[in-house]
Each structure stands twice: as C-alpha cells, then as structure tokens.
Ligand binder design. Structure first.
Ligand SMILES: [Zn+2]
Length: 236
C-alpha cells in the first residue's frame, strides 16, 4: 500500500501484496473481511468504502454517506464528508486522488475517460459543487500502464485528435505503433482546469512492467485482479 497524507486527507493506493480488490466481484462478507485486513484501515478506523460501477466514461457521482457501497455508474466520485471513504478500481487505467481543503475526489482515468477529460471535469465539479479553490487542490497520480507499454491503434490516435488536436503531443510512435502517455495527458488536463503543476504528485509506476507489485489488465490479458485507490477526508 502506498500511503500519503496531507493536512486534510489520507491517500492510499493498494498494491498486489494487499490482495485482489475487485470488490465488485465479492459478497459483502468478503468485502468487509478484505477491507478490515488492511493495516491502515485498522489504525485509522476507516469506514467501508463506496465505489462505482466504472464504465470508462466521464460521469461524476457525489457521495456524502455510506449507502450500500453506492454502486452507481460513473468514473469519478467526490465528497465533502470527513471519514467517508471513496475509491476507484484500476489495473492499468490511471487512478487520480484529489485532496482539497474541504473536499476530495477519486477518479478512474483510463484512455477512454481521459479522452473525455474526466480529470479536468472532476476539478471543475469540485469547484461548482463545493466551492473548492483549484489552487488548494493536491492531486496524487497512482500506478498505471505507462507510455512504454500502452500501445494504441491508429483509430484511437485519430479519436484523440478529433477530441482535441493538441492531444497529439501525448503520443509517440514506436515500431509503427502509437504509445499514449496517460500521465502527461492527465497532468495537462488538470493544469488546464487550474491545478498548479507542482501540486500534482506522480507515483510513476508502470503496472505492466512491474508484475510483482501491480495487476495489469493488458499483461494478464483478462480481468484478473484490481488495485483499489482511495481517499478519506480527515476529521479536522
Ligand atoms: Zn511499462
């Protein structure tokens, strides 16, 4: 588990060693026992998380109370409630955890969501919903499939260009294949939405390269295990 802490929030990215966190596949008893097996959960008495039925789009869900795990369709979840755990699943897609002074967000940004600028839209939603100051936001960028391993077909490259011609700068061509840099793309989108570049902390691990530490959908060639990235606002 990679754990970071700010004055306002606790930020956690699970790893393979924490177990398979495909909570959407498990029954309630298994979810509870898995959750309570985490040291950070015991130490900080973190409540059970809420999460989404992630659909690789740009839906942003507001969640202020624990409500049967809140499995609504969406790819970002925001809250202003202290001690309310929100999180996203990933196994190559990019998880972003955003901490504001009185609000937080967890974002699932795969290439499809990134094409729709889910990171920038979530920042704007924190401002419109909670009056967050973008200058105060800190963004934690978790493990994802890096440019080294994220091969894309020409049709995907074309889709990105159609969304915004500036997106070409986040692709490079290697051995006749496009490679997308999800980290740089999301950093650009966050900064365009007003986040300060130095407030974006990138863990920069490649899920595909680092087999011992992370699940990777592409490496495994199927859905076979997920990390869970979660954020909790502290009681201040
Ligand atoms: Zn790699």
């Amino acid at each position: 588990m990679k754990i970071t802490e700010t004055d306002e929030a606790l930020i956690c990215f699970s790893e393979k060693s924490d177990g398979d966190f495909s909570l959407y596949n498990f029954d309630t008893d298994k979810i509870i026992s898995l959750w309570n097996s985490l040291s950070i959960v015991k130490e900080r008495r973190l409540p059970l998380p809420v999460y989404l039925n992630q659909v690789h789009k740009d839906g942003i869900i507001v969640s202020e109370e624990h409500n049967d795990f809140l499995c609504k369709n969406g790819d970002a979840i925001i809250t202003k409630t202290p001690m309310h755990t929100i999180g996203v699943f990933s196994a190559d897609c990019l998880p972003l955890l955003i901490a504001g002074k009185n609000c937080a967000a967890a974002v699932h940004a795969g290439w499809r969501g990134s094409k729709l600028n889910i990171a920038g839209k979530t920042v704007k939603k924190l401002v419109s919903e909670y009056g967050a100051s973008v200058k105060d936001l800190k963004v934690f960028v978790g493990p994802c499939i890096n440019e080294c391993c994220l091969e894309m077909g020409n049709e995907v490259f074309e889709e990105f260009l159609a969304a915004d011609s500036l997106y070409a700068r986040f692709f490079i061509k290697k051995e006749n294949k496009w490679h997308l840099n999800l980290r740089k793309l999301n950093r650009y989108q966050l900064c365009e939405a007003g986040v300060i570049d130095s407030s974006i902390l990138d863990l920069d691990y490649c899920t595909y390269c680092e087999e011992d530490n992370f699940y990777s959908f592409r490496r495994q060639k199927k859905r076979n295990g997920s990390m869970f990235s979660f954020i909790v606002l502290k009681n201040c």
